[in-house]
Ligand binder design. Sequence first.
Ligand SMILES: O=C(O)CCC(=O)C(=O)O
Ligand SMILES: [Fe+2]
Length: 342
Amino acid sequence: MTSCDLSAQDVPPGSADLRAKCPPRYTLTRDEARQVDILARKAAADYPSADDPRFLADVGLIAHDLPAGLRQSVNRARLDEGTHVILIRGNPVDDAALGGTPRHWQEATGEEGRVAGMLLMIEAALLGDAIGWTTQQEGRLVTDVLPVTGMENSLVSSSSHKELTWHTEDAFSPYRADYVGLFCLRSLYHTPTTVSYADLSALPEDVVRVLMEPRFLFTPDDSHKMPDGTPDGSLVRAAVLDGPIDAPVLRIDRDFTRVMPGDDAAARALAHAVAHLDGNLYDVALATGDVAFIDNRNVVHGRRPFTPRYDGRDRWLKRVNVAVDLRRTRPGRLSADVRAIG
Ligand SMILES: O=C(O)CCC(=O)C(=O)O
Ligand SMILES: [Fe+2]
């Protein structure tokens, strides 16, 4: 047993370093993987898509049929307020049936990819309800993370040559997800996802105090296609740290967080936070069959650079945003039935 084969309950509370080295993980047995596969395929047969309102109404119940060991492990990690990432290994992936990695997320329309999306939605339902963004990948709930020609050096997840710098997912929005779920379908060279966390005991007290004040400006990242003529309408002023000092919620995007002109104390605090998060950054290399739920309140995440080949074998993840309390996101949605924010 390596030091990382710990179950969630074995991780001592408060040990951010150990959490980084040993994320709570659950490895499905072959029988359990078969059980998960059957559930996902049945859902794909019973419902037309992951966005179907009937599926969204039922998926929480479908998740009751996931293996008991998995449900117990995810539940413990959910209740641990310091969790960085929940890893579920050994999920079924039929590489041949998937076909080639699509050249663009708009082309990710294959049936086997849809089954994978259903699987991710079912496991995500152990944590909450899926939300989407009208401004992102046409408002889909299950989105695709894959390298796209021409985007190699961009600041979005379809980049490759350029490191995807760490960020709170959708930091600009009060309706952002509590978890970001990633299902790795393919990653030949194990390109790592990156994760970092704030250890407040290692930051000067005055810096922490400033980070807790609403002195920071957040703009939507480039993955959100905002309507023309909305330059500053989308600017949000908020704190980087929120909540109790022993269980802070982190909100920061290395590329899209600024301070008001002339606010030197906020600029200094932001620089401290950036250097601190840079220093705590560690790798989580997802392999085929891994599902990772990143706690978007406790950690920031990104991705190391890689060289895409555009040969149909490139890295490919399915992604979902999960809200623990769907009602919290309601002001951002048109109606109870609409899951896309915006
Ligand atoms: O590609 C990854 O590992 C992470 C990408 C990312 O930040 C995201 O999809 O939100
Ligand atoms: Fe992200």
